[in-house]
Design a protein around this ligand. Sequence first.
Ligand code: GLY
Ligand code: MN
Length: 472
Amino acid sequence: MSEQATSEQTPPSTQKQPQSVVNRRQPYPQGFLDTISQGWAERPEQMPPLREQAPYAAARRAAVSEAFPGKRLVIPAGSLKQRSNDTDYPFRAHSAFTHLTGWASDAEPDSVLVFEPNGDGHDVTLYFRERADRTTAEFYADATIGEFWIGPRPALPGIAGELGVATAHLDAFEPGEDDLVVDEHDDLTRFVSELRLTKDAYEVAQMRLAIQVTADGFDDIIRELPRIIEHPRGERLVEGVFHQRARSDGNWEGYDTIAASGPHACFLHWTRNDGPVLPGDLILIDAGAEVDSLYTADITRTLPVSGTFTPIQRRVYETVREAADAAFAVARPGVRFREVHAAAMEVLARRTAEWGLLPVTAEEALDADRGGQHRRYMVHGTSHHLGLDVHDCAQARREMYYDGVLEPGMVFTIEPGLYFQIDDLTVPEEYRGIGVRIEDDILLTEDGPVNLSSALPRTADEVEAWMARLRG
Ligand code: GLY
Ligand code: MN
């Protein structure tokens, strides 16, 4: 499918075309140009109802307006990014834009949300490239945005009605010199990131949905294990099986799936996924479906490929679970975020010392200044905020995040692990090549943590029973 020329005089769209496209363009004959705009049925303007998320987005916009009186604020959705010639990555709007508009998987590239000071507060307008009508060349000749190519695009009144915000054509948007722009202005970037530290009822419901889809994806992987084991790149099949579920029941994955079998499990973000999945090994699967609202899950389970843990695998697995349980036990409103991590680390220091892996005692390893010897086996953190981004609220200040105090409404992961690299001479041979992580998604309430991902089995016994049940 390649683009055709309209005529020398008619630009094919309001967007600048790359020279490579211009060079390849074939002319449209005059008969086509004379007739293409005619003979189409009227499109009655649909007025769909206000979307469920609209009142929540309005409350968030009110908070932003109040924090930046008199300032003109710009929150861009972002643009398409080229993957290679004539092909772009799937568009995914900036999380701050989605949070403040409620416009998610169907958001238009290049849109901008603008807060215009009005003396009293702000007038808020969502600018986007409205669909071109059928008298324009864009409609039939522009492969990037033309409706003939990519399908229907939204009209201004429809989006205004659905999202409850004023809309205007992108051509009417004029950037100003004093604009505060997200990702270009630190205070605004920080504010909209910290605004997401606690989730509202709509967000929690969407997280539950993302977790449900993810749980179904893990079930799919277990069911497909016989086929996965047979394939020389079984890890790719794991990735593909999960992708099918994420796409069929959601929008995409919230991040690249980690399908790490055998010693690959010791690489924390192994996404190359080109290895085999062999009976006798463990496979660490870290995956999260992003639903249409763009909220994502982030769940890790480590499975014995054959369906049963060996004694040493079980020992490592249950220690990681013990660390996760210790983290759950301290997660309460008023506790600092970093104390959750400390609780998990204490278990890992004690166990690795007990196993004779550390050159120091557990107490020495836990010393804030001189310790940390156990961290060789888990270099990452235990928790991160989760929401529209898998690592949500990443621009929040340290005192609001790592040193911050837990509050009801926060959603974060608990994900300790133990990773014994295949060539780590500090551990006995039987440990080498074993990597385990268990990751759950937590909603903090007044009463403590709720494990949103509790539908996925966690203990070694439960995991074995889960696999036995699904594999028949
Ligand atoms: N799921 C990948 C990570 O949390 O970094
Ligand atoms: Mn995570």
